[in-house]
Write a protein that binds this ligand. Structure first.
Ligand code: ATP
Length: 258
């Protein structure tokens, strides 16, 4: 069984007398990708900050495996536009060796940008750089706050593919926040639907059919997400039979949903 990296037990955060998140419980193991979804103001970033130790919790417990290293990819970073800054210099601020910085850039497929100016990077390249910066710490757990923000649709799919590939290669756990429901449903293992408390959680297929998900996002979104998930897990041949199963689990889900 994969090592459990992090467990949240009835975690709650109260800020300014207001409950921001309450009774959140879930765990992340090595090899897991857990995606937190939910409407604006649902408490997703607050929860991530609590996991990072940046936000004190008011109730409950967060247990981390001893020595856990977390690599964090923030939503965005503001760079002073007049400040000349190269990718090389930016990564050197982590104090990692040149070899480790270069390796991290290679792992996110932007090794060729080592000498480039930060200010010339596209949205997708910037996200890959921020992921690379998180990787130099050799994290057991990668935490990403909306990794595909500012990236076009094709770039978003490529970014989620990269995150999955990194999970395989580094055998780390991943927690991310995302608003891209369709991609989330195709690219994640577990979904946690947060609206202050956990409304529903589980495999994407389960969650997209959960009444709490339908209530939160609407029937139209729930149906389109379920259909998208279906089509992206496998294809049908001319006779309507399923081909290209990604996993037997998804195959089971397919039959269960018909
Ligand atoms: N320091 C604070 N004091 C009081 N309220 C706060 C504080 N920080 C955040 N909040 C409130 O907590 C709620 C949750 O904020 P949070 O940023 O965690 O939501 P989110 O789900 O990440 O939202 P979004 O999807 O818009 O990024 C919001 O209503 C926000 O105004």
């Amino acid at each position: 069984m994969a090592e459990t990296l992090l467990t949240l037990n009835d975690v709650g955060v109260i800020l300014g007398g207001q409950t921001i998140v309450e009774r959140v419980r879930f765990s992340v193991s090595r090899g897991d990708i857990v995606t937190v979804i939910g409407p604006n103001g649902a408490g997703k970033t607050t929860l991530i900050k609590a996991i990072l130790g940046l936000q004190p919790i008011s109730t409950g417990r967060i247990d981390k495996t001893p020595g856990l290293t977390i690599g964090y990819v923030p939503q965005h970073i503001q760079f002073q536009p007049t400040l000349p800054l190269t990718v090389k210099r930016f990564l050197s601020l982590t104090r990692a060796s040149v070899a480790d910085c270069r390796k991290a850039l290679e792992q996110t497929n932007v090794g060729h940008l080592y000498d480039a100016s930060i200010h010339h990077l596209s949205g997708g390249e910037m996200q890959r750089l921020l992921i690379a910066r998180a990787l130099v710490r050799r994290p057991d757990l990668l935490v990403l706050d909306e990794p595909a923000q500012g990236v076009d649709v094709n770039g978003q799919a490529a970014l989620y593919d990269l995150i999955r590939a990194l999970r395989e290669r580094l055998n780390c756990g991943v927690i991310m926040i995302s608003h891209d429901l369709h991609l989330v449903m195709a690219a994640t293992d577990k979904v946690l639907c947060l609206n202050q408390h956990v409304c529903c959680s589980g495999y994407p297929e389960q969650v997209s059919h959960d009444p709490a998900f339908v209530e939160l996002f609407g029937r139209h979104v729930a149906d389109s997400v379920a259909v998208y998930h279906h089509h992206h897990n496998h294809q049908h041949d001319l006779h309507g039979d399923v081909v290209n199963h990604e996993q037997s689990r998804e195959n089971c889900e397919h039959h269960a949903s018909h």
